[in-house]
Ligand binder design. Structure first.
Ligand code: BEZ
Length: 241
């Protein structure tokens, strides 16, 4: 029996970067949703947490609630999930608003949808149940899904580790910048810092880049070329006021 359950757990492939986001319909704290079609044209951060009424998750929900408008300005909606029922979700979100303080946050209202997934249907589709960590609770998964419904990045954290929200926001803006300006972003990149020009695809381009004196692209070797990208230009392109 154990072996059969294990086989079933491994029979649903984990979604990967570049895959279409698996479709589902769900009941949430903000009404029913059809995913990802309800979010066409928007980025979505679909994230899971282990359980309602747990402290790390509570600190994360308060932080997401605080940042919701900031993500919305970057055309990104938040959708949460845990293997709990709707009434547990509602009671937990009410408790957060009425009673919990964390850092400078209090009276935090979670306005984004929180999916009830008591059957684990969605969690299994998205590889959020990782049995080595827990067979009954979702790990802290973060799926970045683009306006065409394609999974663009995935971050997983274990149960004991609260997420880094600066990194989640940075990754979103970096991916949007890469799309908008056809560039890549180096380690620890922040808007305003130099970006990476895609590697030369031919010997001729490699020569041109090394010999170019126009100053727009700087190459320390033929494959390592950067250029300036103004912070205002980046934010103007990716943020909606
Ligand atoms: C928490 O959110 O505090 C938590 C949840 C599951 C396991 C450990 C911690």
């Amino acid at each position: 029996m154990e072996a059969l359950l294990e086989k079933q757990e491994h029979s649903i492939p984990m979604p990967r970067i570049g895959d279409k986001a698996p479709k589902f319909q769900a009941v949430t704290t903000q009404g029913d949703i059809n995913f990802p079609s309800d979010y066409k044209g928007k980025w979505v951060i679909l994230f899971s947490h282990p359980a309602d009424f747990t402290p790390v998750c509570t600190s994360e929900f308060m932080t997401f609630a605080k940042l919701e408008d900031k993500f919305a300005k970057a055309n990104c909606m938040l959708v949460g999930l845990s293997i709990d029922g709707l009434y547990s979700h509602i009671a937990w979100l009410r408790t957060i608003k009425d009673k919990i303080k964390f850092k400078d946050m209090k009276n935090m209202e979670v306005r984004f949808p929180l999916i009830e997934d008591i059957t684990m249907e969605v969690a299994k589709k998205y590889g959020m149940i990782q049995p080595g960590e827990s067979k009954t609770q979702a790990v802290r998964a973060v799926f970045f899904i683009d306006p065409d419904g394609i999974i663009r990045a995935i971050i997983y954290y274990p149960l004991s580790l609260g997420r880094n929200f600066d990194e989640i926001y940075r990754a979103l803006i970096a991916m949007q910048t890469a799309d908008e300006f056809s560039v890549a972003t180096p380690a620890d990149w922040q808007p305003g810092e130099d970006v990476i020009v895609p590697p030369a695809g031919s010997c001729g381009t490699a020569n041109d880049r090394m010999e170019s004196t126009n100053g727009e692209i700087e190459c320390t070797d033929w494959f390592f070329c950067t250029k300036k990208l103004d912070k205002k230009e980046v934010l103007g392109a990716v943020l909606k006021e």
